[in-house]
Ligand binder design. Structure first.
Ligand code: ANZ
Ligand code: ZN
Ligand code: ZN
Length: 833
């Protein structure tokens, strides 16, 4: 075939053709139970915002390559996709455009599904799920009730953000600088009864499980560990003057107890409330409490308040020294942690140091660096000394190293009855009530007489009503819907009131991976055999931003569902990949920055295969990927080259029989390169998901084929070897650029789809480099030979020569004066005669 007979590579036509075939043949469908070894690859499902972005493209392409690769490896691959479909943006769109959240959501789902299909992603769409469908969230309502029965769900008062302008509770992300994002009314804290999942009941298991998650990135593990925030220390009770109630504090540094010079209370501490009650609302303390609460509300996430406080007028006694200690209220102490009270040791805690400096409180050093315990005098500290050391001025504990003193002081407190060892966690129970409309209804009916009652199993699901006109003021319409709200109490039959809150949308994403194993099951949440067979997810792929919340909640739910008898795994996913971000000019691509590249426009222009190849080639999957137009064009050119190469060589390939037993040098080189490439691509995908280096290797093989078939090449390679090389290129590329690969596979004369062909098995013997013999001389006389791969470095050859038995015999312990090394040929060692 001459060049002008080669058909154009029309990516649009090729992609449309294969996508239609895959759809018709339901190519990616897997049965309820795997028939072969299973592999479950899952990408974090998207929120249906309306359009996919390059981050999705990257995430889903990575998953798709793995799914396709594993199919060719002989696995039954579960590769599902669905929609995390409840949430605030649907309500915001409803407010802004007067469109119903359900309509908006389902329109978006339809649009995004088309986009994903145009990417050629191999999903089993028969398992598609949308979390906003009653067929999905009904099971979540059942889990909620079962968890309630097990004490894993409870209700308590909590403070929420209230906007009086909108008469609604705002989520944290709807509060901007202390004001409502919509009407700019100042947000007030308001006490409200909310439901909680008792995730803290699993805290130790969640922590211990981290050690087993060897397939998860270290970064995620350490973020979870920090979030759980286990601290070991002691509770110590300080007697309070004029009260029979001691003040309990939690400390991780009982060794510093002789350095306490004041106490700090959270503004929400009961003792502060007591003092405020007796002093009145315009006391300095009362004003400080009010100011601190407002400042907290306004506080942006990370920013810390300037340390400030007010003396309460009260005193307690240090149970170790009998000393009188003033009690302050301070803005940096949190009621939610420990006991909400701190023994302040300004010499050894930087926050206390700054506080003491500001208010002129004493600083007393009780720990010194080892070796300095006998200094006659010490300069005043200019900052807290937080390191461990040796105790000074600490009564009977003076001279002990701080680590040892922690135990001794705690033991003493325990013996005297004013303290004990104690562990605290930063992890809080998970508040799940959202005073929003677009979420799964909480299946509870409140009754004056009986208290909150679960909706009976037979009445599930509690379906979110959708037939109403969306109220323009943005309030949840649920509380005003009489037929929804006024229902009889399931316990006494008296008048009841339905809970009109909905569940946090993180609840839906905490178990969707299990539902995918039997997504159409309609009599129970999961088919027991299917969950047992498919879980855990073998490879989970998603953004690092989910390191804590989603991934921790999913781990919690997995353990709860296990304990309720639904699942038999302890963890949701064996391996986790957190893919890097897609950047443009060094900044994350985002709508707000106006630097987004629209995947649709790219596919239109270059084709899905090019977009896939670029996103895989431009960076290893866990690293950030810098967008580059040249990169996309490079990917496009490479695919055109492969297309031409296959068509150009077709006449030669058609004649290819089996390879001759005796290959000429050029054929042997290409044969070897082919098997080396198979090995490299397999290892890169299998062990590290490094698709970029895998693609680079395939490009090299393509170059080698081009060189071997160039018009000016000295010899022609054996047609069978050429066929093997070209088919390797097509096959190894197929998980990455599946449309083009299928088309070329057909061009090469195959009538079965490549997607289910066997992954090329390399022959290690063929892949092995030919070895060369290097002679070793001692003082110019041949003494030994080394057999090594060509190109072995001089230093390595010299080291091998010096370790060689025969050589050692001739060296007879004499020092080597000089070594002459000619790579691939010779090593000559010169020793004194
Ligand atoms: C005395 C002390 C001396 C402390 C010292 C530290 C250093 P982690 O490690 O994060 O668990 N603390 C206790 N409850 C608190 C609260 N509700 N709000 C703010 N701070 C609180 O921190 C434990 C330490 O944080 C505790 O140990 C306590 O200060 C403080 F040289 O007690 B420490
Ligand atoms: Zn408002
Ligand atoms: Zn009742």
């Amino acid at each position: 075939m001459t060049a002008n007979e080669i058909p154009d590579y029309d990516s649009a036509a090729v992609e449309a053709r294969w996508q239609a075939r895959w759809q018709e043949s339901q190519a990616w469908r897997v049965g309820l139970l795997p028939q072969r070894p299973k592999y479950y690859v899952l990408e974090m499902f998207p929120y249906p915002s309306g359009a996919i972005h390059m981050g999705h493209v990257r995430n889903y392409t990575i998953g798709d390559v793995l799914a396709r690769y594993k199919r060719m490896q002989g696995f039954d691959v579960l590769h599902p996709m669905g929609w995390d479909a409840f949430g605030l943006p649907a309500e915001n769109a409803a407010i802004k455009r007067g469109i119903h959240p359900a309509a908006w959501t389902f329109d978006n789902i339809a649009a995004m599904k088309k986009q994903l299909q145009r990417m050629g992603l191999s999903y089993d769409w028969d398992r598609e799920l949308a979390t906003c469908a009653p067929e999905y969230y009904r099971w979540e309502q059942r889990f909620f009730i079962e968890m309630l029965r097990r004490g894993l769900v409870y209700q308590r008062l909590t403070t929420v953000n209230w906007c009086e302008g909108c008469h609604t509770v705002l989520a944290n992300e709807q509060v901007e600088g202390g004001a409502c994002w919509r009407c700019h009314t100042e947000v007030e804290p308001r006490e409200m009864a909310c439901w909680f999942f008792r995730i803290t009941a699993y805290v130790e298991e969640l922590l211990a499980g981290l050690d087993q998650l060897t397939g998860w990135p270290e970064r995620v593990i350490s973020q979870q560990r920090q979030w759980i925030g286990k601290s070991t220390g002691a509770l110590v009770r300080f007697p309070v003057e004029g009260s029979d109630q001691p003040l309990a504090i939690f400390t991780t540094r009982p060794d510093t107890i002789f350095g306490v010079t004041f106490m700090s209370l959270a503004v929400d501490h009961p003792m502060v409330a007591e003092v405020v009650a007796s002093e009145g609302a315009d006391s300095a303390l009362a004003r400080f409490v009010a100011e601190t609460r407002i400042a907290r509300q306004r506080q942006e996430h990370e920013q810390e308040l300037d340390k400030a406080g007010v003396f309460t007028g009260r005193y307690c006694r240090n149970p170790f020294t009998g000393e009188r200690v003033p009690i302050w209220a301070a803005n940096f102490v949190l009621m939610e942690y420990g006991t909400g009270a701190v023994m302040a040791v300004p010499a050894h805690d930087q926050r206390d140091f700054e506080f003491a400096t500001r208010y002129g409180l004493p600083v007393r050093q009780v720990i010194v660096p080892p070796g300095q315990e006998v200094a006659a005098s010490r300069p005043a500290l200019t900052a807290a000394y937080e390191e461990p050391g040796v105790l000074v001025a600490s009564g009977p504990f003076t001279g002990l190293p701080s680590q040892e003193a922690k135990g001794a002081i705690t033991a003493q407190a325990e013996k005297e009855g004013f303290g004990q060892a104690h562990v605290t966690y930063k992890l809080r129970d998970w508040g799940l009530s959202r005073q929003r409309y677009w979420g799964a209804p909480i299946p509870i009916i409140h009754c004056q007489a009986c208290g909150p009652q679960p909706v009976p199993e037979a009445d599930l699901p509690v379906v979110l009503p959708t037939d109403f006109v969306w109220p323009a003021d943005g309030r949840s319409p649920l509380p005003a819907m009489a037929e929804f709200v006024h229902v009889p109490c399931p316990a006494c039959g008296g008048p009841g009131r339905r809970d009109t809150d909905t569940m946090d949308t993180f609840v839906e994403s905490s178990w969707y991976f299990a539902r995918f194993t039997s997504a159409r099951e309609d009599t129970r949440p999961f088919d027991p055999q299917a969950v047992a067979a498919w879980l855990p997810v073998d490879q989970y792929i998603g953004g690092i931003e989910h390191a804590v919340l989603h991934l921790l909640y999913a781990r919690f739910f997995t353990k709860v569902l296990r304990d309720m008898g639904y699942l038999s795994v302890d963890e949701p996913a064996a391996r986790l990949l957190t893919q890097g971000m897609v950047l443009k000019d060094g900044a994350k691509m985002s709508k707000s920055k106006g630097n987004v590249v629209d995947p649709d426009a790219l596919i239109e222009r270059y084709g899905a295969d090019t977009v896939r190849l670029f996103s895989l080639f431009a960076a290893p999957p866990d690293k950030d990927l810098e967008w580059s137009t040249q990169g996309v064009e490079g990917a496009s050119r490479f695919l055109s080259r492969v297309w031409r190469l296959v068509h150009e060589q077709l006449p030669v390939l058609a004649a290819a029989g089996s390879a001759p037993a005796d290959l000429d040098a050029a054929s042997r080189d290409l044969h070897r390169k082919t098997h080396q490439t198979m090995r490299k691509v397999t290892e890169d995908i299998e062990t590290r998901l490094h698709f970029n280096t895998a693609i680079a290797a395939i490009m090299e093989l393509t170059n080698a084929i081009s060189a071997a078939t160039a018009a000016e090449a000295a010899t022609t390679v054996a047609p069978a070897v050429l066929r093997e090389a070209i088919e390797a290129v097509v096959t190894l590329l197929s998980p990455m650029v599946p449309h083009l690969a299928e088309e070329l596979w057909q061009t090469l004369g195959h009538d079965q789809p490549l997607a289910f062909a066997a992954w090329p098995a390399f022959d290690p013997a063929v892949a092995q480099e030919d070895l060369v013999t290097v002679v070793v001389q001692v003082n110019g006389k041949l003494r030994s030979r080394l057999t090594v791969p060509p190109g072995t470095a001089s230093g390595e050859l010299q080291a091998m020569a010096l370790a060689d038995d025969k050589v050692l015999r001739f060296l007879a312990g004499k020092p080597v004066r000089k070594a002459i090394v000619v790579p691939d040929k010779l090593v000559n060692l010169v020793v004194a005669g």
